[in-house]
Design a protein around this ligand. Structure first.
Ligand SMILES: *Cc1c(COP(=O)(O)O)cnc(C)c1O
Length: 393
């Protein structure tokens, strides 16, 4: 029955496990280990661990399992393995599936730490990495050849919000037998579309919209039961990337309100993006739901929403941009996104500071670029703050 529930219902009830006390709110099992009645029972559990049985919290825990089942259901996959952070999930998925001699094709516009895992870690073990422009279907077609093992991409890139034509990439990858892994922080679990477009695995930094209130690091790898309870679980449980039960519990509490929060944030983002486009001190505005977005058409076939993050250029370069940042009263200067509090980030000098200039140029990360994460405040207040700060830019 729960498979037929709408997302809002799944977010509140999915994957629930109740103890003998019948608690209403999900229990937090803050335990590393589990007790066996007899030596024979311990032996039996180590031979085969049943679906509601646990051995050690690095392998699995009832609170963490609730979170895994609920997240997998919400974004449309059979199962999930929860991890200590989004990067533990990315690293876990890639290290579990790849070996020396394999060939990976990835989009160029990746989160910095993901680029590190691909170019510095996996390359050291003899994995061949090819980076392409994720918005160019012909470039994907040319790069994904026979012998490609895995394709890795961000469905909507950070910070410039490039949108990949995921159906096209999945078809091409599957034609040569490659797995597709999507790093899906921007799309949000509410508007997630990777499964419908054919992705084999979806990795989510739950630090972003799922926590959404600036408290917890977390991540999850979702996919088929075969992959998740096979190579993914085996690698992550032995290498220490598991999520802790307290993080899983706060994440579960956050999922109750995820749909309401994300829809409110996305509605605010659209309103702000439209307003920014009319402002004389603002250059290019990048938001997938605006008709001016280069991949607007394909973005709208994948998701009904443009999400909670906007990228735009302040005219006048770094100096004008910093004057704008320092004049903001309501927006917080920080480097996370998807929080209840609205955040501005200057990628060129913070999150993407280390990127060589030629790569910044290719990705469009200029000195005036602002990444704006829209929170849960009243949109009228947010626009008033942007207006007074832009006046001072
Ligand atoms: C934030 C982010 C990560 C890393 O997540 P953490 O929870 O910070 O480890 C990976 N990929 C993308 C696209 C992200 O936005």
């Amino acid at each position: 029955m729960s498979d037929n529930w709408k997302k809002r219902t799944q977010l509140v009830h999915g994957g629930i496990r109740r103890s003998q006390y019948g608690e209403v709110s999900e229990a937090i099992f803050l335990t590393q280990g589990f007790v066996y009645d007899t030596a024979e029972a311990a032996e039996a559990r180590f031979i085969e661990t049943g679906p509601d049985e646990f051995i050690y919290a690095r392998y699995g825990n009832p609170t963490v399992r609730m979170f895994e089942n609920r997240m997998a259901q919400v974004i449309g996959y059979e199962d999930g393995f929860a991890c200590a952070s989004g990067m533990a999930a990315v690293n876990g998925a890639l290290m579990a599936l790849l070996k020396g001699g394999d060939r990976v094709v990835a989009s160029r516009a990746l989160f910095g730490s993901c680029l590190y895992v691909l170019e510095q870690v996996l390359a050291r073990f003899g994995v061949e990495i090819t980076l392409v422009d994720g918005t160019d279907n012909a470039a994907w077609d040319a790069a994904i050849t026979e012998g490609t093992t895995l394709v890795f991409l961000e469905g909507i890139s950070n910070p410039t919000l490039e949108v990949v034509d995921l159906r096209h990439v999945c078809e091409r990858a599957h034609a040569v037998g490659a797995l597709v892994v999507v790093d899906d922080a921007m799309a949000t679990p509410v508007f997630a579309y990777s499964k419908q477009c054919g992705a084999d695995l979806c990795v989510v930094s739950t630090t972003k919209h799922v926590d959404g209130q600036g408290r917890m690091l977390g991540g999850i790898i979702c996919g088929s039961q075969e992959l998740i309870r096979g190579p993914i679980e085996t690698y992550v449980k032995h290498t220490g990337g598991a999520m802790n039960p307290f993080a899983a519990w706060t994440h579960l509490k956050s999922l109750d309100t995820l749909d309401l929060r994300v829809r409110a944030q996305a509605a605010g983002a659209l309103q702000i993006a439209e307003w920014l486009e009319t402002h004389p001190k603002v250059g290019k505005v990048r938001y997938p739901q605006l008709p001016s977005h280069p991949q607007h058409a394909v973005a709208m076939t994948q998701s009904p929403s443009g999400g909670t993050v906007i990228a735009f250029d302040v005219n006048g370069g770094k100096e004008a941009c910093f004057r704008f940042f320092n004049a903001l009263e309501l927006f917080t200067i920080s480097n996370n996104f998807a929080d209840a509090k609205s955040i501005v980030t200057h990628p060129a000098t913070t999150t993407h500071q280390r990127l060589p200039q030629d790569q910044k140029d290719v990705l469009g990360i200029g000195p005036g670029l602002v990444r704006l994460s829209v929170g849960l405040e009243d949109v009228t207040d947010l626009i008033a703050d942007l207006e007074q700060a832009l006046d001072q830019a």
